[in-house]
Design a protein around this ligand. Sequence first.
Ligand code: ARG
Length: 720
Amino acid sequence: MKKILLLFVLSVSLLKASADEGMWLPMLLGEQVYADMVKKGLKLTKDQLYSINKSSLKDAILIFAGGCTGEIVSDQGLIFTNHHCGYSVIAGSSTVEHNYLQDGFFAYNRDQEIKSTISVVFLDRIVDVTKEVEDGVKGLAWDDRVKKIPDVYKAITEKVADKENGLSGRIYSMFKGNQYIMYVYKTYRDVRLVGAPPESVGKFGGDTDNWEWPRHTGDFSVFRVYGTKDGKPADYSADNVPLKPKHFLPVSIKGFKDGDFAMIYGYPGGTNRYETSYGIKLKNEIENPSLVAMRDIRLKLMFEQMIKDPAVKLKLANSYASIANYWKFFDGETKQLIKYHIYDEKQAFEQAFTSWAKGKPQYENIFADYAKNYATWTPYSKMRQYLNEGIMGSPLTAFATSFIPLEDKLLKNGTSAADIKKSTDALTASRKDFLANEDLVSDEKILAATCMAFYNDIDKSQHPIGFYESLRSNYGDLKDESTYKKWAHDVFSKTMILDDAKWNAFMAQPDAATLQADPAFNYSGGFLKNYNTKYSSLFQAFNVKNAELGRSYMKGIMEKDPAAVKKMYPDANFSMRVSYGNVKSYNPRDAVHYDYECTGKGILEKYVKGDYEFDLPVKLIDLFKKKDFGQYIDKARNDLVVSFITTNDITGGNSGSPVLDAYGNLLGLAFDGNYEALSHKIAFDKDLNRTICVDVRYVLWCIDKLGGAKNIINELKLVK
Ligand code: ARG
């Protein structure tokens, strides 16, 4: 009985999006979910949601800096996104003297805006290119199809590319290769920092509160996009002017209540809602714990130095934040996958699929083949994680791998001097960036600790040949930490990467023998080549086979329940999606209720003077105490609402996404997911999944009252 019930629930949750699950393709909203959106409260027409001819909501949404979402909020190209999305620009523009990361920054006029090297990308239109792609690979066996696909993509996207106007096409495989959709993008390259709150506001709660609700983080930053006078993309120039957007979002300071409609546009990076039980097992038993163990080591050693020295803090801040973010994510993901028995659910679903598939040659062996494929790769999975997350987690080691192409050229007969110079020039340029962010003390310790962890935890047959033996004969017992420390110290004092004189001498006359004798290159090249020569083809074969099986599995699922296909959405893959749902409180566990919004009162409750994560600007405390909330006040609470939660289905990449009301006005910015639903990439939990959003009233209060930047507020179209 229980099993049947489980299967029923599963067939609903896997096939049709239930509750507020679903990352919908913007151009299909009208066909797929519009009626339901209206039922839930939407007050816009289909054309206002997405149109290629008229301006629509999609025109205000952009890809921010390659991995986040941003939105246009004024007719002068003003952009809102998260603080953690602008973080590298904010930290990179800061010095110990002008510490914008620590103190915040606001441009009070255009001249004060700070140029950056990031770009923003608008969506021009979406085209279904399934037929063209399939025609291009017709009749090919799977392996050949995989090889041919990049060329087929290229031929299709070349037709829409238009350099002068910044247009380019990108093709996305949807439903695991059962459909191909091209997004045509317009990229703007002159993007300037306009403002950010102090880090104590923008990252309030730090990694302790990250991925958690209740939450009191002012996670926003402000940028502006510029183009030529006729609106074309251009490199930075003083002559460029703020872009006149096709659409910008009005900003609502009216507030909302529990249950109100909320919708989110953005660029969710990746989900795997049709992951198999095999994938979950590998993830839970090997991939996630290995990643977490390696990141534990690195984070601890970085943090030790960061709290000692503000200059080190600035150097490492961005990399620390991104390592910590997914360290906590993957740890929590496995905990939740186990807690919610997702493995068992998937197995039950797969058994039902296999029963259905009996006698259908296309489908009946899928899961037997999955079993074989996973069994072949699994013995190497831990080694791969230790290599990527441990060995290459030393910045020096990772940088040293960039010498491999030069080594190849030096070893090859007849490489021209010009060709070699191209490589050495590039290395000299990238060394500068590397050194700017390099903290020697933490890196040397990371090198020693990760090298030792690899020795201890990875099967000896997978070690690079000879490396640990030579370490033992030169430095001592491999069970002894001090062996690795002595060795790491030698690497750091002898490598040319950290020695200008040696570097210059080598670059003037590069030769393979000197390069191979460099201890940093020798180590990093040795580990990487060990992987590349023995294991990378296995990993590739594993992925290619999984992709083939995944495509058939997906096709089978659709065939099994054709009626459900109309209501299916493809996995997230960093193409624009729309999610709709409600503002909504929840019960995370027995007897506990979480309210749908957090307030200023809660900020003061969490405040710890001088704390690394819970400190606050004195000015903020003063203003809060005076209840100086201006027009941003929530009257019912006589306080500021700083954040809220919704039932929207989003994931990493959606950071910075606009949270919109029924009329398309901006209510806030999505910036996180909740701990109870960290399994969301694989299974959406209809009761517990929440998106955490910073309230736009708090954003505006920070800009106006805390930052004094009325000029920014004056640009917005406020809905009161
Ligand atoms: N969890 C957030 C996301 O992935 C990022 C938050 C960054 N903050 C931090 N404390 N690391 O979008």
